[in-house]
Design a protein around this ligand. Structure first.
Ligand code: SF4
Ligand code: SF4
Length: 175
């Protein structure tokens, strides 16, 4: 989870993203997962049920959806809040309009990543996956403890295939 200072510092530069209000919503709704964005009627169920919104004074998935509907491209793509979604899909399960709210969030983040911005915490997670096959570096001490407890050793990832995947998706370049 970000601290307030991190959120301020990590505001991405979206100067290269042209704000064309009318086209933005159109662009978003063509991307799989975000097709139904325009049918949101702002009931607020997604925000009411979101575990992140519960602990944040500023994270409101309903508002993010509204910003997309209004075509506020620069504003929504430069908002650090789009990175706070935990991807739990509660909002998607509960939306009365069948909007895949979590997928809309993913679509927005992907657009920002395509512009070359990744918050440092995600960059670190991706680098860990590339280097070890695991999102988190597992301390030696914990591995030893597993051994002592008679647990099987952790499976090894195919790092060569992972590297290929990172290349194919363009993630290596961005990292
Ligand atoms: S639950 Fe669905 S319809 Fe209601 S505000 Fe959220 S996205 Fe819009
Ligand atoms: S998927 Fe994201 S926006 Fe939806 S409820 Fe979970 S944390 Fe909130």
């Amino acid at each position: 989870m970000y601290t307030k200072t991190q959120l301020k510092q990590e505001k991405p530069s979206v100067n290269r993203i042209t704000e064309v209000c009318a086209r933005f919503a159109d662009e978003i709704t063509k991307i799989p997962g975000a097709e139904k964005t325009m049918v949101c009627f702002q009931c607020g169920t997604c925000t009411g049920d979101c575990p992140i919104a519960r602990f944040s004074n500023s994270y409101r998935p309903r508002q993010i959806i509204r910003m997309v509907q209004l075509g506020l491209k620069s504003k929504v793509l430069s908002s650090p809040r789009i990175w706070l979604c935990a991807g739990c899909y509660t909002c998607t399960d509960r939306c009365p309009q069948d909007i895949e709210v979590a997928s809309v969030l993913r679509v927005l983040r992907n657009l920002v990543v395509q512009e070359g911005f990744i918050p440092s915490v995600y960059r670190e997670l991706a680098s860990n996956v590339l280097d070890t096959g695991y999102a988190y570096m597992i301390p030696e001490m914990r591995l030893k403890k597993r051994e002592e407890e008679g647990l099987p050793s952790l499976p090894k990832a195919n790092l060569e295939n992972l590297a290929k995947l990172f290349d194919l998706t363009g993630l290596s370049k961005i990292l």
